[in-house]
Ligand binder design. Sequence first.
Ligand SMILES: [Zn+2]
Length: 186
Amino acid sequence: MKRLNKDILTWIILIIFFALLIFVYNQVNDKYNDLGQNAPLPTKLHPIVEEKKDVLLKKASMIGINVIITEKFRSIKRQNELFKQGRSKEGTIVTHAKGGESYHNYGLAFDYALENKNGDLIWDIHYDGNNNGESDWFEVAEIAKEMGFTWGGDWHNFKDYPHLQMDFGLSIHQLKNGLRPKINTE
Ligand SMILES: [Zn+2]
């Protein structure tokens, strides 16, 4: 009799334990689902990033700077091709991110350059086309940072001056695991 009670008690504890486990799992899962877990990879810029990019272009043009967007969304395949450049392929290294390791792959980054009055593309980060004694390139970066972008020119290991990204608090690790920023354009 005593032995039977002990068995039943063990079972009850086990059942409670597993019920609790399922409850916690669902809670965590719900939280992730909010962010869109296992969402498919995007094929274009996130709508909020797209919108802010347009605002940035407008703000820059108001101080006499023509910003050109040279790259937006980048597929994982293209990222892997770029990664080869300067490594197994000819050219200079342009990225330190393999496919899936760049915010471009999740539609959360774009690259910019400048354009002068003749319509020529400017890659010189010291160019001062609006003649205010400041580098136009850095002026654009400053506006972007005020808007919440992270600028690749601030990175220490590899300065990526054309690069702007918005991470929505998500790491590459989280994005790789299928987490996505909420689509909320308000
Ligand atoms: Zn970039």
